[in-house]
Structure formats: structure tokens, C-alpha cells
Design a protein around this ligand. Structure first.
Ligand SMILES: [Zn+2]
Ligand SMILES: [Zn+2]
Length: 256
């Protein structure tokens, strides 16, 4: 049996009620953290998750609410003398940046007592995290708005949506997206659980998309304090079509 735990369910806007968006998938013999935004070490502490229990970290993109807690988390592991290797999964274009970032944070590979294994994935090519957890990514349009700022950044243009498969169940995680169209990125798949962000997409777009995607359960995340009405309208409308919709909260868990 696997389990998914929401570590943070907030948006990029700081909140006293939610940490930034991140969740953990605990499968039989592997614990994968998806995204590590600002404050993630404290968010994990808040959920009583031991840093050493994390075997790997998978990144969607590098906005600070998804990435900037990463250095601090490595520091926690180093101070507490982790010895087990840690795997980092990111799009292959982004791996050199992660390595540079660690070096510029003085977290040299030679200095650390544990090994970091970097795994670069390609979009639309599935890869195994462990025997009970498989991932496939697709590029979404979340960061396309920055393309106008210069071609020199083009190597870093990757923002992923994922399907994570564990226990023969498919979890569609939108990641941060660019518009309602990105909700259909995996619409040819049979989705068991859908986790959608709600910041960059309208309530109407989510309500329409789930009629096509038909997940068994829909979890809403990436929530700001001002989103109560938006969430309520999605839950109310979806209930008319018997689509079970849950507002994720920090610490919410479900079994897979
Ligand atoms: Zn975000
Ligand atoms: Zn983002």
C-alpha cells in the first residue's frame, strides 16, 4: 500500500495556515518528495516527517514556492549527518542548474557525508523511481510567459505535469500550469486521483476539465487565503456530477 501526504498546500503567497505546495508519496520501500519550496524543512518538521526518510526529491519547476527550500533541506540532512544517498529528479535541462546551486550554497559534493544522485528525465518518457513508483512528465505552459525575457534563459524552460503510478493507480499532478488547457495534458489516460493547483486556472476550467478526465477523486491545492469562495464553488458544482472533490490541507493524507 502507498500513501500520499500533503506537506504544504499554499500558493506562492505566504500564509500562516499553509506551507508552500509540496507532497510526499510513501511507497513500500521509497519515499518521494515532490517539490521543495520555501520553508519545506519546517513544513516536514510540522508533519513529523524525518528528513532521512526521504529517498528522493522530484521537481516540477523552479519557482521559489517549489524549489527554494531545497538548499535548506540539504543543510538539515548534512547537519543531522545523513549517510544514505539522496536522489534528485528534474528535467535533464535543469540538472546543471541544481548542481551549480548546491556549489554556490557551499554544499560541495565532496563535503557532504551522503551522496546525491542526479537523475535527469525527459518529457514523455516514463522512468521508475522504484519498483512500485513510476513517473511520466509532460511539459506544460506555466512558464511560457517568461520566454519574452530572452533566449539566453531558454535552457531552463521546463515546467512539468506528472502522472505518478503506484499500486497500479494513476495520480495526475498538474504542477503549476499556464492555463485551463494544461488540465487536459494527460486526458488520454485513465486517472484515479487528480491533484490540481487552483491559482493559475479558473474554477470554471477545473469544473469543465474533470467532466472529461473523470478522476475518482479530485484534490485542490496551491491555495491562498483568499481562495475560499473559489474552492467552495468547485466543490459544490462538482458534487452535482458526483465528482468527489477535496480541499487539500497541510497534513492531509490518503491511502493508495
Ligand atoms: Zn507555485
Ligand atoms: Zn510556479
Amino acid at each position: 500500500m502507498s500513501e500520499l501526504i500533503f506537506i504544504g498546500t499554499g500558493s506562492a503567497l505566504e500564509s500562516l495556515d499553509r506551507f508552500h505546495s509540496s507532497f510526499l508519496i510513501k511507497s513500500k520501500n521509497y519515499n518521494l518528495l515532490i517539490d521543495a519550496g520555501d520553508g519545506v524543512s519546517k513544513a516536514l518538521l510540522n508533519q513529523q516527517i524525518n528528513y532521512f526518510s526521504i529517498d528522493g526529491i522530484l521537481f516540477t519547476h523552479f519557482h521559489p514556492d517549489h524549489f527554494s527550500g531545497f538548499g535548506g533541506l540539504i543543510v538539515q540532512m548534512e547537519i543531522l549527518q545523513r549517510e544514505e544517498p539522496l536522489e534528485i529528479f528534474a528535467h535533464s535541462k535543469l540538472i546543471p542548474f541544481i548542481k551549480d546551486y548546491l556549489h554556490l550554497s557551499y554544499l560541495y559534493e565532496k563535503r557532504l557525508k551522503f551522496k546525491i544522485n542526479f537523475v535527469g528525465y525527459e518529457h514523455e518518457e516514463d522512468f521508475n523511481i522504484c519498483d512500485n513508483l513510476k513517473v511520466i512528465s509532460k511539459n506544460n505552459t506555466h512558464i511560457d510567459i517568461y520566454k519574452k525575457y530572452g533566449a539566453e534563459f531558454k535552457n531552463y524552460f521546463s515546467s512539468s505535469s506528472f502522472i505518478l503510478t503506484t499500486e497500479n493507480k494513476k495520480i495526475f499532478y498538474t504542477g503549476d500550469i499556464g492555463s485551463g488547457n494544461d488540465l487536459y495534458i494527460f486526458s488520454d489516460e485513465k486517472i484515479n486521483y487528480m491533484i490540481t493547483e487552483i491559482t493559475h486556472v479558473s474554477a470554471v476550467d477545473i469544473i469543465e476539465a474533470v467532466k472529461t478526465i473523470k478522476p475518482e477523486k479530485l484534490y485542490l491545492t496551491h491555495i491562498s487565503d483568499a481562495d475560499t469562495q473559489k474552492i467552495n464553488s468547485i466543490i459544490k458544482e462538482n458534487s452535482k456530477f458526483y465528482i468527489s472533490t477535496i480541499e487539500a490541507k497541510d497534513g492531509l493524507k490518503f491511502k493508495i
